[in-house]
Ligand binder design. Structure first.
Ligand code: BGC
Length: 741
């Protein structure tokens, strides 16, 4: 039982407050509850709420703080991350609630990025499903499992737009597009937080990494970010905004600098944009030791000043850095920091603890029986299998039609990744357990019969060792088809995994070249967490299936797609370049003064050694069937200021199997007070169409969807001519036009 006296005091003071102030609405009551606790707190206890320490179960950086149990006991630590299981979090919560003076419950944070125990596809993969309901479900399931294991706060969703495949963290986001990224960010927040944070199966979301962390120069993690304010506001900000609008109550300030100031010290970002412009009401936590790192950035001379900068900029909680713990009290006493500022920070944190229901029942999230029931529940595994299949993108399937595989065909399965379970989980494994899982090879054997599936490793994902080539080639010689599972190891994705090459590493492509000589159909199954340069592989393989890191049920999902039990419908959410030299490459580029399509290619914006266009554009993905698009019909050619325009196409499944298509709608603003992108996604719909059948798909365009930051930095539309495109990817589209009045 929650035996601390805080609750009793609360109840008493609440009654009198409501009676005297007449405030009855939920917000006023919540404010009052928060203030009732705040009133009891010493400065040390307040600062204790403003720190977050790792339990050391799992760390992503230097672990500075020892003896955190004692800090909890003394009221010097109000929040813990990297502790999970119902039993362990209960143990820590008990110390906070029963042994600290005020008994304020702890928040338990964890990186439940794409799953807790049941691990879903990496976020980039999941985004390729373009299926918002499935994405929301995956966050819902992750929250349910995490919440049963003591977690009440996830450090997700990551809302960083990125056009930088060298950056290993593109695996954690939703790709390059602000419109799709915003929809997905909102879906994830709804999934994690549900409608009611106090529901014991929901957890607090954290919008990260605020802001523009996805644009490090040269793709090097933690590097400087430098972009115009207009690009920031129009392209990078929308997904963070969407997540906040969806109700996310915490935001993480990022490692990087933007406009010359590190995010954790940026009043512009954390106050002017986040609180004033976006109306954010929750609390801001830093990324791991990012206050301390402001000394290295060279924006302050020492950690004490870093803390000052952070607290004044709007950071409420210091993750792991101990800066607030060490210096804040003295700074308040010396008048360098106003006590009111500290009170406001603590209020925001306590408010969320109340919203989570922790003051009512601090053990709400530590329920061993529920944990047993929820973790790896069959329905959760089904949801993961479903979204894993939906995330897969068929990049190539030439006239040989090596895919789908046919039952009974003899297949030679080759590649280290085919036999791995760990790699299927991707970069953030949270509490996921790869010993519980089946590999792709296991699942292929289970589906096609042991006798029809042979296996050789061939080579590792990295390194120069070719000693396994001969055995793999001998094996392949006896098979009908070759299934080569190659790509990156899961450790090559995520934080601190930047690359200067986006080739398939090691000697894997060399093995593919040698297998090609056998003249057998070759299916490449690609596992990776970033766009890769597939220019060689796309010529050598007959079929390529991009499976990302598909999660706990990944082996089964791959098998079902390879055998046509599920017709792939995923579409890329990041452009796949032809080569690294084209990076950054994204579909919403500007036209320039010398676009390539004009005559006389010499003095045009182009390369002399590579085409401009990518290998696989944004929105691209094939199916085992084909789709044909009619011309676009518009409800009107003129969109009035408060009007609506409807654009309709008829899509026909022209193949012999049922399939799904992600129909995409783009616009181009032809003349603006500032130059405008050649295309911008404004709508999409995933439709299931039976073989031989057609469906109409209609998009609704309203003027607010066409707003941008104009020359004078005001946000709004400009009248004029627009193009409108509809198609199955950002390159192959039908086109029409309209006028915005
Ligand atoms: C990462 C964050 C993560 C945090 C806590 C940092 O290193 O950048 O994304 O949430 O660690 O684990």
């Amino acid at each position: 039982m929650y035996r601390n006296f805080v609750l009793a005091l609360l109840a008493a003071s609440l009654l009198s407050a409501c009676a005297t102030s007449g405030k009855t609405n939920a917000d006023a009551i919540l404010d009052h509850k928060v203030d009732s606790v705040l009133k009891l707190m010493t400065l040390d206890e307040k600062i204790g709420q403003m720190v977050l320490y790792s339990s050391d179960w799992d760390v992503t950086g230097p672990s500075l703080k020892k003896g955190y149990l004692d800090d909890i006991r003394k009221g010097n630590c109000g929040n813990i991350f990297n502790a999970h299981t119902a039993a362990y979090t209960r143990k820590l919560q008990k110390i906070a609630v029963e042994e600290s003076r005020l008994g304020i419950p702890l928040l338990f944070g964890y990186d439940v990025i794409h799953g807790h125990k049941t691990i879903f596809p990496i976020s980039l993969g999941e985004s390729a499903s373009w299926d918002l309901a499935a994405i929301e479900k995956s966050a819902r399931v992750s929250a349910t499992e995490a919440a049963a294991s003591g977690i009440n706060w996830t450090f997700a969703p990551m809302c960083d737009i990125s056009v930088e495949p060298r950056w290993g963290r593109v695996s954690e986001g939703a790709g390059e597009d602000p419109y799709l990224g915003s929809k997905i960010a909102a879906a994830r927040v709804h999934g994690f937080q549900g409608d009611n944070l106090a529901d014991p199966s929901t957890i607090l979301a954290c919008v990260k990494h605020f802001a523009a962390y996805g644009a490090p120069l040269a793709g090097r993690d933690y590097n400087t970010v430098d972009m115009s304010e207009r690009v920031f506001l129009d392209t990078y900000l929308p997904p963070y905004k969407a997540a906040i609008d969806a109700g996310a109550m915490s935001v993480m300030s990022s490692f990087n600098e933007l406009f010359g100031v590190p995010a954790s010290g940026s009043k512009y970002l954390l106050t002017d944009i986040l609180r004033t412009k976006l109306g954010f009401k929750g609390f801001v936590v830093t990324d791991y030791t990012s206050i301390n790192e402001m000394v290295n950035h060279g924006i302050v001379a020492n950690e004490a000043d870093a803390g000052l900068l952070a607290v004044k900029a709007g950071v409420d909680m210091d993750m792991q850095g101990e800066v607030y713990f060490k210096y804040l009290k003295k700074q308040v006493k010396e008048g360098l920091v106003a006590g009111k500022l500290i009170d406001d920070d603590v209020r925001r944190i306590l408010r969320v603890k109340f919203m989570l229901g922790l003051f009512k029942d601090p053990y709400l999230y530590c329920d061993e029986a529920r944990e047993k029931r929820e973790v790896y529940a069959p329905a959760h595994l089904d949801a993961e299998l479903d979204v894993a299949k939906k995330s897969m993108v068929l990049l190539k399937n030439d006239s040989l039609k090596a895919l789908p595989l046919k039952a009974g065909e003899k297949i030679a399965v080759i590649g280290e990744l085919a036999a791995s379970t760990r790699d299927l989980l991707g970069s953030w494994k949270a509490a996921g357990d790869w010993n519980f899982m089946k590999s792709t090879l296991d699942e292929l054997k289970a589906f096609n019969g042991e006798a029809n599936v042979t296996y050789a490793e061939g080579c590792k994902t990295s390194g120069e060792d070719r000693s396994g080539f001969a055995a793999a080639i001998a094996l392949a010689r006896r098979a009908d088809k070759i299934v080569l599972v190659i790509g990156e190891s899961c450790d090559w994705s995520g934080e601190a995994t930047s690359r200067t090459s986006i080739n398939i590493p090691g000697v894997q492509t060399e093995l593919l070249e040698q297998l090609k000589a056998l003249k057998k159909p070759i299916v490449v199954v690609l596992m990776n967490g970033r766009p890769l340069d597939l220019s060689k592989e796309s010529l050598l393989a007959n079929s390529i299936l991009e499976v990302w890191f598909p999660g706990t049920m990944g082996g089964k999902a791959i098998t079902q797609v390879l055998y046509g039990q599920y017709n792939p419908a995923g579409k890329l959410t990041m452009t796949f370049p032809r080569n690294l030299g084209q990076v950054p490459i994204y579909y919403y580029e500007k036209n320039t003064g010398r676009p390539i399509y004009l005559a006389n290619p010499k003095y045009k914006s182009r390369y002399i050694d590579s085409p401009n266009d990518p290998l696989y554009p944004f929105g691209f993905g094939l199916s085992y069937t084909t789709f044909a698009y009619s011309d676009i019909k518009l409800s009107t050619n003129e969109l009035a200021e408060k009007g609506v325009l409807r654009a309709t196409v008829n899509v026909t499944n022209t193949g012999t199997v049922d399939g799904e298509e992600v129909v995409q709608c783009y616009v181009r603003d032809l003349v603006g007070s500032v130059t405008r992108p050649v295309k911008e996604l404004k709508g999409f719909e995933k439709v299931a169409i039976k073989a031989g059948e057609s469906k109409n798909v209609t998009f609704t365009i309203t003027p607010d969807m066409l707003a941008f930051h104009r020359l004078d930095m005001t946000y709004g539309t400009e009248p004029g001519d627009y193009k409108l495109f509809i198609g199955g990817n950002s390159r192959d589209v039908k086109e029409t036009g309209f006028v915005l009045r």
